[in-house]
Design a protein around this ligand. Structure first.
Ligand code: DGT
Ligand code: CA
Ligand code: CA
Ligand code: ZN
Length: 588
């Protein structure tokens, strides 16, 4: 069982416990463990095979460790199977529909035998939900709307898919007269790889401006449905199914709102705790004196004297903290560093000196080598690596030794014509099933840079896949392991592989790992890049561009690198050319 499957089982179990009305600490323990396992770079299956003590995993105690072992051994969670005999799993879906929740979902199932969202819809349409406590006609209509939203929202959208939709929306709102500022908050601002919904904040100069911003928002051409609209808050659904909330406010409280709605929730909770320790309290309206009796969700505006609210910077400062970049706001230890003034200076696009992964028409790219070179010069790069596919990827027209020799004749010409950039002669060489490489040693030696990738045999066992990749990166000529897990966001989980073991082998062999910036891959993921950084590996952020336009995908890779706290020191293609060459030469 993969970590994702293990996490899903724990999550389902927590859902059923919640419907059963179990102790909430226990429920939370399962949910926390599910999240940790989902994010874990080591495969639990591999840890069990190694006889590791699973209680070493954060949030995993003895009880959950035993369940994990049972799942790895049997492929199922016996307690989940038992509980699902009593409560159908579909009830956990019903519970996720806004306005339902665990108690009502249970009541709907016991009273009306509703055990799926489809059943819930049928019952609401037939007016049968009236049998539930507090359900009038209006509430049934609301549930019907929420079911629609649920269906559209079960899948989070990839950030790379929504960037092209959100940027013009924000631009349109910024163009409204009296719109002094419009920003996106939420997971989008933190640049999470997927986004549930979009949270927009705007400063209006006056009431007329607020009305104009709202009108522009609900009237935006991409809006499919207006879910609600008021003076300060509106909500719409776009044609692509994405829900967007807009809050309009005065400049006075904008910083506090931006901080609050950027989240993450975990970061907010930790910040509020720091405020309390300083005798202050933090809300979406500002930082106030006094610890305020009201907890979260209590009275909105506060009674104590205002300390700061206009900018995020001021609020962090008054809390004795360095400003924390949005990408770091995940409660992964950033606040402890901010308190000590030791936050890392995160890598930016401007720090990059080259792109080390791209294709040309020699394999499956759309642009010629000359076009790619000119595009890289335009992007201000000092160097670039051309890395077409090898012959095993026949459908891409991958290169064998003879075709590579012909390519080099063209490279000689193109390099002479484009003195503005250094071309590293590379290839993205396929890792064959047995871990050997799809190019002769002679040519591997001649290349300036050798990338290796898995593009086939995704179904190998954990042991076989790990051994295969370890063997490949142990070849003395290999420099970068590309898209190390093979995942496709929203479409394919990565193959079973023990990343920790692979990282160890990369470390021992002077091999960098790639953060593939393609919006469909983002592989390694942020959490896996964190693990690579902790292992002391160099990270190469590569676009894997198959066209000139795709060279601009770099920003998304930078975003994820920042979420993993990378500085320019960690990033191979942020290093000067001579350093890159030394890295590639492995001290030879
Ligand atoms: P998403 O939309 O699922 O991709 O993730 P977010 O982080 O955008 O979450 P969302 O849209 O539910 O809420 C936006 C921000 O509002 C969130 O990052 C933090 C803040 N927030 C929402 N609910 C709560 C809450 O219950 N407590 C606290 N402290 N903050 C919250
Ligand atoms: Ca959101
Ligand atoms: Ca939201
Ligand atoms: Zn590639």
């Amino acid at each position: 069982m993969s970590n994702a499957e293990l996490a899903r089982h724990l999550e389902l179990f927590a859902d059923l416990l919640e419907i059963e009305g179990e102790n909430r600490f226990k429920i939370r323990a399962y949910r926390n463990a599910a999240r940790t396992i989902y994010d874990l770079p080591e495969q639990v299956e591999a840890m069990v095979a190694d006889g590791a003590d699973l209680t070493q995993i954060p949030s995993v105690g003895k009880e959950i460790a035993e369940k994990l072992e049972a799942m790895v051994a049997t492929g199922e969670l016996p307690q989940l199977s038992e509980l699902s005999q009593k409560i159908p799993l579909g009830v956990t879906e019903v519970m996720r529909v806004k306005g339902m929740g665990p108690k009502l979902a249970e009541a709907a199932w016991r009273e009306l035998a509703i055990d799926s969202v489809d059943e819930l819809e049928r019952a609401a349409k037939a007016g049968k939900l009236g049998a539930l406590p507090g359900f009038g006609e209006k509430r049934q209509a609301t549930i019907l709307k929420n079911i629609e939203a649920y269906r559209k929202n079960v899948e989070r959208l990839r950030i790379g898919d929504i960037d092209p939709v959100i940027a013009p929306l924000v631009a349109a709102l910024r163009a409204v007269e009296g719109a002094e500022r419009v920003e996106v908050a939420g997971s989008y601002r933190r640049r999470r790889e997927t986004v549930g919904d979009i949270d927009l904040l705007a400063i209006a100069a006056d009431d007329a401006a607020a009305a104009a911003i709202t009108a522009a928002f609900v009237g935006y051409p991409e809006v499919d449905e207006v879910l609600g609209s008021g003076d300060t808050r509106s909500s719409v659904r776009l044609r692509n199914g994405l829900e967007v909330d807009l809050r309009v406010m005065e400049a006075e409280s904008f910083g506090a709102a931006l901080l609050y709605f950027t989240g993450s929730k975990a970061h907010n909770v930790a910040l509020r705790q720091i405020a309390l320790e300083r005798g202050l309290h933090l809300t979406e309206y500002g930082l106030f004196e006094g610890t305020g009796a009201e907890g979260e969700g209590a009275s909105p505006k506060s009674s104590g004297k205002l300390v700061a609210s206009r900018t995020e910077e001021e609020i962090y400062e008054k809390l004795g903290l360095q400003y924390v970049e949005p990408e770091m706001r995940e409660d992964r230890g950033e606040l402890a560093l901010a308190a000590k003034g030791q936050l890392p200076t995160l890598v930016t696009l401007a720090d990059l000196r080259g792109d080390l992964h791209m294709h040309s028409t020699w394999s499956d790219g759309k642009a010629s080598v000359a076009e790619m070179m000119r595009a890289c010069i335009e992007r201000g790069y000092e160097y670039m690596a051309l890395t077409d596919h090898s012959k095993a990827l026949a459908m891409t027209g991958g290169l064998d030794e003879e075709k590579l020799a012909r390519q080099w004749e063209e490279l000689d010409r193109v390099v002479a014509e484009n003195p503005g950039i250094t071309l590293l002669r590379g290839m993205e060489v396929d890792i064959l099933k047995d871990g050997s490489l799809d190019l002769s040693d002679e040519w591997l030696e001649r290349l300036d840079i050798v990338l290796v990738s898995v593009h086939s045999h995704f179904g190998l066992s954990l042991e076989e896949q790990t051994a295969r990749i370890v063997k490949a990166v142990s070849h003395p000529e290999v420099n970068v392991l590309c898209h190390p897990t093979g995942r496709i966001l929203g479409a394919r989980e990565g193959y079973a592989v023990d990343l920790q073991e692979v990282f160890d082998a990369c470390h021992a062999n002077g091999v960098a790992v790639e953060l593939n910036a393609s919006y469909m891959r983002l592989d390694l993921s942020d959490v896996n890049v964190i693990a690579a950084r902790k292992r002391g590996l160099m990270v190469s952020i590569g676009t894997d561009a198959h066209s000139v336009k795709e060279l601009d995908g770099m920003q998304l890779g930078i975003d994820q690198a920042r979420r993993a706290w990378l500085t320019p020191e960690h990033v191979l293609n942020a290093r000067p050319l001579d350093e890159v060459r030394r890295f590639l030469a492995k001290g030879r």
